[in-house]
Design a protein around this ligand. Structure first.
Ligand SMILES: [Zn+2]
Length: 287
């Protein structure tokens, strides 16, 4: 049985004010923002990623080995940190409907949080900056779709447009899920061809497998126990995938509502491991 879907579709800001928000979230596949209470974490910007000697290729290493330490010189990578810290306080802006290629959807959502109040938007912002630093050190040209963790949006159509404008070699949207607490593990979300994205779907499938393998091996987090198959789900209701013309996938890095996953996602050192793992996945796909 498919239970509640990803945190990236976790309801609208206005849903935070629904008294029965918790029940809605568990029962109606939406409104997970009932969990997204403001916390100190939401005010934080990302910790500066630490410099890691493993970022640089070692002397004598084959630069084309695809083992995660290869040069990514000139490769254009777009990282989309899901949600934004200001979304919850701007319901009218983020609930505005935008076209997603096969229908309409809210501009953006608030995302989920752990039981201790560590928010998804803070998590995605931190991981994205750590990942960007590693990829830039290897020569990639990296662009994030938002400039801080205090703003609103951008809308999901704009998040896709950033990669299209830059003709990115690869793009990823980083999330963590807000599913039932009994489920754990990560999954990749690959696109389904719905028109504009048709040309990139086969490449996105390769990118998704590369990121899945690297994430599994690097973090030790298991494939999702509640969604997808072998760590991969496919969807056609996400504007970020429907509107992308460059290879793009989403990753739900774990389930923030699950205690075991939440402990990992809340750890700065584990988030560095997540970033290093994803960087290896990009290197595997791009080299
Ligand atoms: Zn999300």
């Amino acid at each position: 049985m498919r239970i509640q879907r990803g945190g990236h579709r976790g309801g609208t800001a206005s849903a935070r004010h629904v008294v029965a928000g918790l029940a809605l979230c568990l029962g109606a596949l939406t409104a997970c923002s009932a969990f997204a209470e403001p916390s100190a974490d939401e005010k934080r910007t990302a910790d500066p990623p630490t410099t890691d000697a493993r970022e640089a290729p070692l002397p004598g290493e084959d630069p084309a080995s695809g083992d995660g330490t290869s040069s990514l010189d000139g490769k254009v990578i777009v990282i989309d940190p899901g949600h934004n810290g200001g979304n919850a306080d701007h319901p009218s802006e983020i609930n505005k409907q935008v076209k997603i290629g096969n229908g309409s959807k809210a501009c953006d959502t608030t995302g989920t949080s752990t039981g201790d109040g560590y928010s998804e938007h803070a998590f995605t912002w931190d991981v994205s900056n750590r990942l960007a630093k590693i990829l830039r050190a290897r020569g990639a040209k990296v662009t994030l779709t938002r400039k801080d963790d205090k703003g609103v949006g951008p809308c999901i159509d704009e998040r896709a447009a950033v990669g299209n404008r830059l003709k990115a070699d690869a793009a990823v949207s980083i999330h963590a899920d807000g599913a039932a607490a009994s489920g754990h593990g990560f999954h990749i979300i690959q696109p389904i061809a719905v028109g504009k994205n048709a040309g990139m779907v086969p490449r996105a499938a390769r990118l998704g497998r590369a990121l899945r393998d690297a994430y599994r091996d690097g973090t030790g987090i298991a494939y999702s126990t509640y969604l997808g198959e072998d760590g991969i789900d496919r969807r056609k209701d996400l504007g970020g995938l429907n509107l992308s013309t460059v290879p793009k996938v989403f990753i739900e890095c774990g389930n923030m509502r699950n205690k075991g996953d939440a402990a990992k996602l809340s750890s700065a050192s584990f988030r560095q491991r997540i970033a290093e793992s994803l960087a290896k996945g990009f290197a595997s796909y791009l080299t």
